[in-house]
Design a protein around this ligand. Structure first.
Ligand SMILES: Cc1cc2nc3c(=O)[nH]c(=O)nc-3n(C[C@H](O)[C@H](O)[C@H](O)COP(=O)(O)OP(=O)(O)OC[C@H]3O[C@@H](n4cnc5c(N)ncnc54)[C@H](O)[C@@H]3O)c2cc1C
Length: 549
């Protein structure tokens, strides 16, 4: 049987960064197992290809969530990347780290070394920021290129002016000292092409002779000797494929993402004994927190019809699209270089909230309801709004002992009362923004939720009918002290009670952060690479007093 120092399961945002760092030493042998194919498909790299990869089953796990108490009976679609780069190869390219208090809260929960000042050096080490940003907060020498949206659109400009007219300031860098404000979004795009974690970290690492990346390698379980993880078993070619085992002389590292990491632990006998026994799985190690605590951002998308100007909805039709294709081919600019959202806005749901608890995005386009990811034919503009730090929690549990059966995903959106209040406040702010004076020349009428919706109760009903995921699931293998019943890994990301096994991906977040998750997932992996190698952590950043949010 082949033996490596480290066997990494999953080549997504976390797995790519980790592979890069761990293989820096030529005598460290790293094997990466990825269930999906190589990331060759052109739609992965073309920014507007997002709309295609969103449903492309060859590179997307394409999960369905369970209907929840506040989803109006709907089962919400949950795409996840299944290729080199994982979800960073199909995501919306937005680069957003979150607020200082997000990470300080992780530390307050008992996780040493995870406060904002501790993690900031890793955010900086990863990135090559092109554009505005103070050196205290931004890195300029990393592999991950971060640019600012360069498509200046009159509707976006009017939206931002409208925000300013409501008292929301322009912010030149929401990844700097203060998050709140409005601006064009920052993106992991370089020269009109997607900068996935694979492109930035995995592909350079693959050139090293000590790295072995295997695609179409679906891991079915972790192999243990007693309480020690010693290797993994996978099926080469997926279901029905050839069984292969590889051993790890140092560690097995699980980077399967928020849905698949807990699923694989459960399939391997690590989790709630009741759950495992109900599926006939022998309990290797009782750890009730596995899969529990799932959090995500839930966003209703408010839509207004547009007049007197062309929106993206028309620009992608007929000869316009041909012109845009030509523009992209010759300049790497234009419609095909766009991301699904273009302007970011962070604000407060109420006057008393200390830091921004609402995130809003603006797009000069609108999407077909019920067919997520598809543009409408008539002109429209959309404001998605969501609560940044939800309290509702759900779970991921295996459906059966079949490793190819999709897990049960129940996010329990809006079950916490606070979440319902903040989401309603977000929809009301979205309406005010769309009705602001600078947008008036283009605003035709409100399509969703519609003028009949006036009371908080009516807004909530509308939210339950049309809200959807913003694709930010986390927190299913939470990091916390051994004595907390919910914790799965310690602050070194080692699985409690087991040896030779860590989980390193978005699932270890103890609480949801005020951001999209790609940046922080890569930060987690980068910091973890030092933990795995036993290196001293990077020196904490001395933060200026004013940097409070
Ligand atoms: C449609 C979409 C849009 C998004 N938009 C944004 C955005 O604009 N900005 C942002 O910051 N975040 C965004 N996100 C979220 C962000 O991309 C993810 O949070 C992040 O990529 C998660 O990283 P991860 O390493 O935890 O998991 P992933 O990147 O999902 O990686 C997990 C990897 O493990 C592999 N794997 C899983 N199980 C197995 C197995 N059994 N055997 C072998 N391999 C396995 C998977 O195939 C995958 O490659 C988006 C996500 C999606 C899906």
């Amino acid at each position: 049987m082949e033996t490596f120092d480290y066997v990494i399961i999953g080549s997504g945002s976390a797995g790519s960064v980790l592979t890069h760092r761990l293989s820096e030493h030529a005598n460290t042998r790293v094997c990466v197992l990825e269930a999906g194919p190589r990331d060759w498909h052109p739609y992965i790299h073309l920014p507007a290809g997002f709309i295609k990869t969103f449903h492309m089953k060859s590179i997307n796990w394409a999960y369905q969530q369970e209907p929840g108490p506040y989803t109006g009976g709907r089962s919400i679609y949950a795409p996840r990347g299944k290729t080199l780069g994982g979800s960073s190869s199909i995501n919306g390219h937005i680069y957003n780290r979150g607020q200082r208090q997000d990470f300080d809260t992780w530390a307050q929960l008992g996780n040493r070394g995870w406060g904002y000042a501790d993690v900031l050096p890793y955010f900086k080490r990863l990135e090559r920021r092109v554009g505005e940003g103070e050196d205290t907060f931004r890195g300029r020498d990393g592999n991950l290129t971060v640019t600012t949206m360069d498509w200046k659109d009159p509707l976006c400009e009017a939206f931002m002016e409208g925000a300013v007219s409501l008292g929301i300031p322009r912010n030149f860098d929401y990844n700097g000292a203060i998050q709140e404000g409005v601006s064009y979004c920052q993106r992991t795009i370089e020269k009109g092409l997607r900068m996935s974690a694979a492109k930035a970290f995995l592909h350079p690492a693959r050139k090293r002779p000590n790295v072995d990346v295997r695609t179409h390698a679906h891991v079915t379980n972790i192999i243990f000797e007693g309480k020690r993880a010693v290797g993994v078993r996978y099926l080469k070619g997926g279901r029905g494929g050839t069984p292969v085992e590889v051993r790890a002389s140092k560690e097995v590292i699980l980077c399967g993402g928020t849905y698949n990491s807990p699923q694989l632990l459960q399939l391997s006998g690590v989790g709630s004994p009741e759950l495992l026994k109900s599926h006939g799985i022998e309990v290797r190690h009782a750890l009730p927190g596995v899969g529990e605590g799932l959090q995500d951002h839930y966003a209703p998308r408010s839509v207004a019809r547009v007049k007197n100007i062309r929106t993206i909805n028309e620009l992608r039709q007929g000869w316009h699209l041909w012109m845009e294709a030509l523009k992209w081919a010759t300049t790497r600019r234009g419609l095909l270089s766009l991301s699904p959202t273009m302007v970011y806005c962070f604000w407060h749901s109420g006057e008393t909230t200390e830091s921004s608890d609402l995130q809003l995005t603006f797009t000069p386009a609108s999407y077909k309801e019920g067919v997520q990811g598809q543009l409408e034919d008539q002109p429209g503009m959309t404001v998605a709004s969501w609560q940044q730090r939800p309290e509702s929690r759900g779970y991921v549990r295996i459906r059966s002992n079949d490793p190819f059966a999709p897990p049960i995903i129940q996010t329990n959106y809006l079950t916490a009362e606070l979440d319902r209040r903040v989401v309603v406040a977000g929809m009301k702010l979205a309406r005010r923004l769309l009705k602001s004076a600078p947008l008036a020349p283009y605003y035709d009428y409100e399509d969703f939720p519609g003028p009949k919706v006036q009371s908080d109760e009516e807004f909530l009903v509308a939210a339950t009918q049309r809200g959807t995921t913003t694709f930010h699931p986390g927190c299913t293998c939470r990091m916390g002290p051994a004595e907390s019943t919910w914790a799965v890994v310690d602050d070194q990301l080692r699985v409690h009670g087991l040896q030779g096994l860590r989980v390193i991906d978005a699932s270890i977040m103890p609480r949801m952060i005020s951001a999209n998750l790609n940046a922080s997932t890569m930060m987690i992996a980068d910091k973890a690479s030092d933990l795995v190698r036993g290196k001293a952590p990077m020196e904490a950043v001395r933060l200026p007093e004013a940097a409070v949010a």
